[in-house]
Design a protein around this ligand. Sequence first.
Ligand code: ATP
Ligand code: ZN
Length: 286
Amino acid sequence: MPTRLKIAVQKSGRLYDDSLKLLKDCGIDLKNGINKLKTESDNFPMEVFFLRDDDIPQYVEDAVADIGIVGENVILEKNKKVSISEKLGFGKCRLSVAIGRNESYTDCRYLQGKKIATTYPVLVDRFLKEKNIRAEIHEISGSVEIAPGIGLADAIVDLVSSGSTLFMNGLREVETILHSEAVLIRHPSLGNVQQQILEKLLFRIRSVRKARHTKYILLNAPNEKLNEIIALLPGMKSPTVLPLAEPGWSSVHSVVNENDFWEIIEKLKGAGAQGILVVPIEKMIL
Ligand code: ATP
Ligand code: ZN
């Protein structure tokens, strides 16, 4: 059997859908089997292992998997010998300190002598040391947010994205310890073939991610306004300008960044652009 790149992804949970979607957008089709532990691709030399996210750094350190997709928070907590190849832009969250909504809080000295429940004892310990605070860390494996309510702890350190879980449990966020997103990790020394497959994969991931942030824009412009309109469109090199059948008008094509998108549209309209079309880009090779 030809060499395959072995990737570990979360079996179920918050990273599962986005991890599989990323592989799919990279053109990697996975066989749908009944095997819930692993599968492989027919059109890319890859084998996929489905694991608990907490175990992924260890599997990659041990070279059972060559690469893996996991939250930075897990990498930093576990301290394994793996390297981060690429940030992936999903699974964004922060590791935060939260306390009872009605407690008064001025700064992190509040935590002095308190009990803190968390699933991230290493990161909490590091934070407390940096701030010169002594506190008692209670490591628990889940449902950290209920700890203050049942008298197990005075404060918690947990992952937060919208904050609604904290709110529903009568807690409020008072400090952020770190920001995290999903990353692609790799074993520090891969075989030549695995290295080459990884580079192919990274090339595809970067093309997919660039495209996700960018839109293709088409518009019609009166010729006398072309210079003004072109100046608003950064494009990859410069915009494409084609004459329209109607004299005095041109069609302008370019790409715009999603973040600048609404502002540019307003300015384009102001400058006399008409019939503006904005379409998603599937892949972007630079
Ligand atoms: P597993 O069964 O694999 O151990 P889990 O319960 O530990 O799953 P999930 O809750 O699915 O893990 O979270 C996986 C990752 O998703 C986290 O480690 C983190 O990087 C990211 N994440 C993004 N937003 C959040 C959030 N609001 N709460 C928790 N994790 C989040
Ligand atoms: Zn987990």
